[in-house]
Design a protein around this ligand. Sequence first.
Ligand code: NDP
Length: 314
Amino acid sequence: MTGKKEKSKERKEKRLQEISLLRTIPYSDHQRWWSEETIAVVTGANRGIGFEIARQLAGHGLTVILTSRDTSVGIEAAKVLQEGGFNVDVHQLDVLDHESISAFIEWIKEKYGGIDILVNNAGVNYNLGSENSVEFARQVVDTNYYGTKRMIKAMIPLMRPSAAGARIVNVSSRLGKLNGRRNRIEDETLRKELNGLDTLSEELIDRTLSTFLQQVEDGTWELGGWPKAFTDYSVSKLAVNAYTRVVAKELSDRPEGEKIYINCYCPGWVKTAMTGWAGSISAEDAADTGVWLALLPDEAVTGKFFAERREVNF
Ligand code: NDP
């Protein structure tokens, strides 16, 4: 390992230790804007990072709706938390399936009336190590980006007014960084458009994704100047990051008492099924920034990208 890489690894490990410590510090009464009446929905929560986010949020005393695309797997996962004494409810939810989302909306309305926190965690990736197949590009983009978008659009009308504001947290990835030194979109004009808050729009994001998917279909994507590593996944997460900013801007003029704050974060490289358990950190550590963002007492943060509880550039 080079000196530089070693230093960066050391810094990361130190930060993770700091965060483990921070996690043990209880929120004070005046920071705790939530109670067991506060409802948090987590997508893809039957395993991995989503399960951990659900567990930690429930551990802070909220009511968590653990959602899973497979009903029985969700029930089993929820049982683990319920047996631990947590307030956890469970419901089927497939972010690719409009009917599943509609049924979920109806159930939430009927049983809880609304929600306070949405964590968009459900995601897929079909490459490991140095692989870079785009065979499943459509499913990757549809789940990671359009699934997140569908859930945001479906849940915003259900978000309850509160003094602290409702929260949306998108689990994203540094691989989707627009301005990273490596693995970025080559087209500088497109990068600038996606970066500028005045030029960035939902329409631009969707158009970028449909160009990418069209090139995948035509077999020309390798000449398209897309991110080089985990191309389909990186493009999908770039879209999630950009959409986070678009929604933050759209929501910014809501009146006091009806605020909704939205942020995204990179959990790190995590030991879950998605990485073939090859990651460098545990799901517990990976969930931390998501939980922290969902519970921020200083609610005015919105439209930002975080890693290890610190803001990073898009
Ligand atoms: P896992 O593969 O362990 O978990 C992914 C979860 O998403 C599963 O619960 C899965 O359900 C669910 N899911 C997939 N498709 C859908 C769908 N259509 N509808 C509902 N749920 C769905 O991966 P991780 O826990 O590692 O990943 C969680 C999030 O973290 C993802 O968004 C991922 O992109 C992100 N991330 C992960 C990193 C890592 O290193 N692991 C790094 C950066 C980001 P099922 O069990 O049914 O398949």
